[in-house]
Write a protein that binds this ligand. Sequence first.
Ligand SMILES: [Zn+2]
Length: 255
Amino acid sequence: MELTSLVSGMTEFAANLYPLKTEEELVALLSGMHHFPPGVPERARRVHERLPAGSALCSSDVGVLIDRLDTEGGLGGLYKHLAHTKEGPLHLVPSITHCAVCALNGEQVPLVVKSSLGNAFPRPTVYLDGRGGVRESVLYCKWCPRCNAKHNMSYAEGGTILQRGEQLAYPGAMQRDNRFVQLSRDTIIETEVLVRLTSQMVHSHTGYETFATEYTELANLPPALADALQMNLAHAWLAWKVGFGVLRCGGTMRE
Ligand SMILES: [Zn+2]
């Protein structure tokens, strides 16, 4: 790219960001603006306190930057957009990087995403917490080049080592710090849904049916969806709670 065209294209943008000097400052500024929304007293001072140590900006610099950036369509509106957008399906990639099946023999085999699957990528239904509701997704499964096991969000299956119908859960896949849990091909559940269900079971004597009914109402979904959710929750919750190791189809735990 020609330097001159870069300079002319960036001049206005750069002027808006002056006197920011580093990416770290920009990230801290935007996350601070999100954390302290318009109307919070002493907003500029609070955001300023989140800037990286050594930043040369003063609190009034931050105030000017906030005024400049806090627009609907601009950088300041980014978080609002991310929090509320529901356009198209969710695009999900399992975070696991090495084959869980081959790892049983101590081997570290890097996984790959097959780009040639095109539209054949699985499209599980995702149950989000809160008002997120039910979303379609595209799951970019990973594959092991050695044993050919397919790796979903929480478990591996198929290939030449696992038996037919077996699902091998990843170590730690059921922990709360994983945003999603997947225990069947067609369904992914945001972990906080299961956490909430557990809490309500213990403290409010809630069951699958009542929880599913409440979920569909809060998410403004057709009441008929509660039946499907109830069945998915009953399957997922138990496996999630006991932290399954290897499940056979039908849910029998292998010793
Ligand atoms: Zn493998």
